[in-house]
Design a binder for this molecule. Structure first.
Ligand code: AMP
Ligand code: MG
Length: 267
């Protein structure tokens, strides 16, 4: 799954990447689902140690085109983890107060504390994506932000945060089907936003913005992964695999007890 990593210094090449890739699980959804079950229980255990040890901080950034599957990823990948140690921050259109500050102000507040996982459903990357596509600030301002973002993420990493960034890569055709499903299926209509149709017309501009953002900000301390996301089960599997692998390399342990517990007698 680490083949989806964008090597720092290399071009993301989003368009050249297959949104339907099923590497290792070609035509084998049931094997994929079984593997996912194991990954879920592994992550559940790893997150418990992360929380108990209270040492590492983990930041997971999710970005995607509309209907790309950020919500489904959060639901399935973190299924079974303890809500006490996992927080989700969703970044919407900035409020007046947020707009009156620099664009990283609202983001910093939601970064993870020791022992926590923070999941960003959208993120500071919107400030070089939607902001660029809609000309919300002049180009010279958003262009400087790649450097700010790299420095900000370096600060977080230096202070003990493990950062993983995922772009859920769907095709334009898949988006069409998912938007249509939001019109057709009563349980999905609540997700339909007319504005998504206008954004869809800007598909190519968004891809260009993502291409540059991911290329400029995939770093050793905060790498991007471009995840094939047309197949939801495979998307979940790929992301879970990468998160579980990363956690295993943190070398986490349950903390040692402070006292000689064997000497304690409970009366
Ligand atoms: P959703 O995630 O579907 O609830 O939509 C949230 C909306 O907020 C999306 O249209 C985003 O593009 C928008 N949004 C998020 N962050 C920003 C930002 N920094 N500036 C402008 N719009 C934003
Ligand atoms: Mg939406």
């Amino acid at each position: 799954m680490h083949r989806y990593r964008v090597e720092p210094g290399s071009d993301a090449q989003i368009v050249a990447r297959d949104t339907k890739d099923l590497k290792g699980f070609e035509g084998d959804k049931s094997a994929g689902k079984a593997a996912m079950k194991n990954l879920n229980s592994e992550l559940e255990q790893l997150q418990e140690v992360l929380y108990a040890e209270g040492k590492h901080k983990v930041l997971i950034v999710l970005q995607a085109m509309d209907t790309g599957g950020k919500d489904g990823t959060i639901r399935h990948v973190f299924d079974g983890t303890n809500p006490q140690g996992v927080k989700v921050a969703s970044f919407k259109k900035p409020t007046d107060e947020e707009l009156a500050h620099d664009y990283l102000w609202r983001v910093h507040d939601d970064t993870p504390a020791s022992g926590e996982i923070a999941i960003f459903n959208r993120s500071h990357y919107e400030d070089v994506l939607v902001v660029r596509v809609h000309d919300l600030v002049p180009e010279y301002r958003w262009r400087r932000r790649y450097d700010h973002i790299n420095a900000f993420e370096k600060l977080l990493a230096d202070e003990g945060t493990t950062i993983l960034k995922f772009f859920l890569h769907i095709s334009k055709e898949e988006q069409k089907q998912r938007l249509q499903a939001r019109l057709d299926e009563p349980t999905k209509t609540w997700k339909f936003a007319r504005g998504d149709l206008a954004e869809r017309k800007l598909w190519d501009s968004y891809i260009a913005a993502y291409e540059e953002a991911i290329t400029r900000t995939s770093t050793e301390w905060a790498p991007w992964y471009v995840i094939p996301a047309d197949r939801k089960w495979y998307r979940n599997l790929a992301i879970s695999t990468i998160i579980v692998d990363t956690f295993k390399h943190l070398g986490m342990e349950y903390p040692e007890p402070e006292d000689e517990l064997a000497e304690i007698v409970i009366e």
